[in-house]
Ligand binder design. Sequence first.
Ligand code: NAP
Length: 246
Amino acid sequence: MRFEGKVVLVTGGARGIGRAVTEKFHAAGASVAIVGRNEEAAKTLATELSARGAKCIGYGCDVSNGAAIDAMVDSVVKDFGKLDVLVNNAGVTQDGLVVRMSDDAWNNVIQTNLTGAFQLLRAVARIMLRARTGCIVNVSSVVGLIGNAGQANYCAAKAGLIGLTKSAAREFAPRGVRVNAIAPGMIETDMTAKLNDEQKKSLLTGVPLARAGAVGDIANAVAFLASDDASYITGQVLSVDGGMAM
Ligand code: NAP
């Protein structure tokens, strides 16, 4: 899979799964717009990667702020001249049992993980539909498929992303724009480092392959869905979860 001449936008692209996705595309020849709340981290990684391959630029953007998203996408298109792939990866958790969950915890997670992803997809789709080509990969989660006690806000957002993926795939297919989702299982990142040993052990009992995944496992699947090898695949959810949901 090669991406020479392609421009890829990765949200949350400087850390965790997003960083592995950024590095995967860049190693395959792509230019990457690295987006995160932490502008310095995005810019530092962009400088590091640009020094050994295609141009990368870091952008500070909080995806829970719709106006900031539109401005950031305008800058990316101005800087790179086009946009071929969007990876909607940025995400947060704010866990709690349903009966104790505050409206703030609900709204924050829905705003970042679902509304932000929608607003970015909408902004990027306007460019891709005009160009009659492009590819969007939304990073959902296994818990968007099967639910998880203590994560109603997160699971609702991730399930919502799947509905968004399928609807957008149907709308955009006539213009050659594909939209798919990845549903990662338990992947070792800062997000899962917050879990205690007991929680990790209990999650792993539900994984047939009996281990957590690595960020590279997700990056490989994202790159596949964005590549020409997947040119007949749209509206799908690819589980990369060691067999957790089947
Ligand atoms: P992580 O290590 O906590 O990283 C989260 C990333 O999202 C960071 O790059 C962060 O950027 C970015 N981000 C968060 N809020 C943002 C906002 N408002 N605006 C812009 N960027 C924001 O998490 P991860 O494990 O890599 O997760 C990446 C994606 O995979 C998420 O959507 C997550 O839900 C999903 N996922 C993860 C797992 C897992 O087991 N790890 C499983 C299923 C799905 P900054 O550093 O700039 O804040």
